[in-house]
Write a protein that binds this ligand. Structure first.
Ligand SMILES: NC(=O)c1ccc[n+]([C@@H]2O[C@H](COP(=O)([O-])OP(=O)(O)OC[C@H]3O[C@@H](n4cnc5c(N)ncnc54)[C@H](O)[C@@H]3O)[C@@H](O)[C@H]2O)c1
Length: 465
């Protein structure tokens, strides 16, 4: 079997690789030629997906990418994973889904299966997508081709949940559509959960995300109340979560970002208006979560004031943990201010944002270390009446290596480097004084580690707000 996956982003690419790993031929479609070129060269543009993972499926020919939508005719099933953002007026923008429908419809083979995975409001699959597919293909859904919805439950960068292990909901336009979709996903996912319609599957996905949005808002509200009372919300949550039933911990934050929580709940809000129903809970959660960045900024300004500084004016503020998820350099769906921020992923970058010139410190450490080691070499030569120049030179060399390894590498790496050089020196010189210079180099390594960016950052004036 050969399938097509349209939209090779955070959802589409891992899914494509998972199907390929399951032995299914996958043709990936994207409108972005740069992404397609990269994939066909075996390169990745998503941090938590390795080039090796792509190469493993590319080499045996189980996976390839293209921008040519006429190749839809080669596949027996098409899975759509394109974006579903909000418009600037905060209304659902399903134009990517409809554009995809128009692009694939003329090439759809009779009997093919089309599955939508993009998060959206109930009715998108069997109303909007079905409409463009039928209009542009002259095929009838449920008769000439199968149609289904299966929400993605991707948690980018989370190593504890693989696509294969997370149960997959599937809703079909007809029972036959459902059977085809269940059969397709069973190749790649351990547990497939059929539901009675596309709309139930669409609604279930929204429930999952609204549940998170509302609970995050609740704990954010409690954070503000408890902060005013001088109570630490984190301690409160840790205490509450010792209850083994009836409680699920959610954690406060300085706002909400990402692909899902700030967007998806409002797809339902918009659709509910069609039925003259207002979704007050969802809107209130959105309001509380959206007010968090301002609350945090006010607290920072207050903390700076208390420090006797000039408040926020001219202050450099380092925000840790601003990315969407652990280890991801992803700033998506943030506010205007958020878009002006620079995401950093290392201590070194963070230190540099605080105005600390890390390169200068490493270079200075090197020169200081070399000079001190030279002096030590001369001293040990004098003490033991040996060839001072040789020892001084070798000690300098070791200090250089120690400074470089210690400055940019890890403590074990630096220790190992120093040790190997010490052993080498003992063999070359055979001098007793090697022991003394080695001891000195070890002391130097420790000193170098202390001035690494992490140490600097720790000593920088950080205020917990
Ligand atoms: N990222 C997540 O964690 C996550 C989790 C669950 C659900 N979702 C949902 O999955 C959907 C896709 O999200 P994503 O994070 O993968 O988005 P993304 O922006 O990472 O990727 C979308 C890809 O689709 C491509 N694309 C856009 N228009 C296209 C078109 N007409 N034809 C072909 N390709 C097109 C883009 O070039 C991009 O490569 C959204 O509905 C999102 O809400 C995302």
């Amino acid at each position: 079997m050969k399938i097509g996956i349209v939209g090779l982003g955070y959802v589409g690419l891992p899914l494509a690789l998972q199907f390929a790993r399951s032995g299914i031929m996958v043709l990936g479609f994207d409108i972005d030629p740069a992404k397609v070129k990269k994939l066909n060269r075996g390169e990745s543009y998503i941090k938590h997906i390795s080039a090796i993972a792509i190469g493993e499926q590319l080499q045996p020919g189980r996976f390839a990418a293209t921008t040519d939508f006429s190749r839809i005719q080669e596949v027996q099933a098409v899975i759509i994973c394109v974006p579903t953002p909000l418009t600037k007026n905060r209304e659902p923008d399903i134009s990517y889904i409809l554009d995809t429908g128009r692009a694939i419809a003329p090439h759809l083979a009779k009997g093919a299966l089309v599955v939508l995975e993009s998060t959206t409001y109930p009715g998108t699959t069997d109303e909007d997508l079905r409409g463009v597919l039928e209009k542009n293909s002259r095929l009838i859904a449920g008769v000439d081709f199968h149609l289904a919805f299966s929400p993605e439950r991707e948690d980018p960068g989370n190593p504890n949940h693989s696509i294969a292990d997370v149960p997959k909901l599937v809703g079909g336009f007809t029972p036959a559509c459902l059977a085809r979709a269940v059969e397709l996903y069973s190749h790649a996912v351990k547990t497939v959960v059929p539901v009675s319609s596309c709309r139930v599957a669409e609604a279930a996905k929204l429930l999952e995300n609204i549940f998170r949005s509302v609970n995050i808002a609740l704990v954010n509200e409690l954070k503000v109340v408890y902060a005013a009372m001088g109570i630490d919300i984190w301690e409160v949550i840790n205490a509450a979560k010792t209850k083994p039933f009836g409680f699920m911990p959610f954690y406060p934050g300085p706002g909400f970002g990402g692909h899902c929580i700030p967007i998806d709940p409002f797809y339902l809000t918009w659709k509910a208006r069609e039925f003259d129903i207002s979704t007050q809970f969802i809107e209130l959660a959105g309001l509380i979560n959206a007010s968090m960045p301002r609350w945090v900024v006010e607290r920072v300004a207050l903390a700076l004031d208390r420090l006797g500084k000039r408040g926020l004016s001219g202050a450099h503020v380092l925000v840790l943990g601003v990315a969407l998820m652990v280890g991801l350099r992803l700033l998506v769906n943030t506010t205007q201010v958020g878009r002006q921020m620079r995401a950093v992923a290392s201590d070194r970058e963070a230190a540099e944002m605080l105005g600390i010139n890390v390169t200068f410190i490493i270079a200075a450490t090197f020169f200081l270390g070399s000079a001190l080691a030279g002096v030590a070499g001369v001293m040990s030569g004098l003490l033991f009446n040996q060839v001072t120049n040789t020892i001084g030179f070798i000690a300098g060399l070791k200090a250089f290596t120690a400074a470089v390894v210690g400055g940019i590498g890890s403590l074990p790496g630096a220790m190992l480097g120093g040790l190997l050089l010490g052993i080498a020196e003992s063999f070359i010189t055979g001098y007793v004084s090697s022991t003394y210079t080695n001891l000195f180099v070890f002391a130097l390594l420790i000193a170098v580690m202390l001035v690494r960016p992490r140490g600097l950052l720790g000593r920088a004036q950080l205020q917990k707000v």
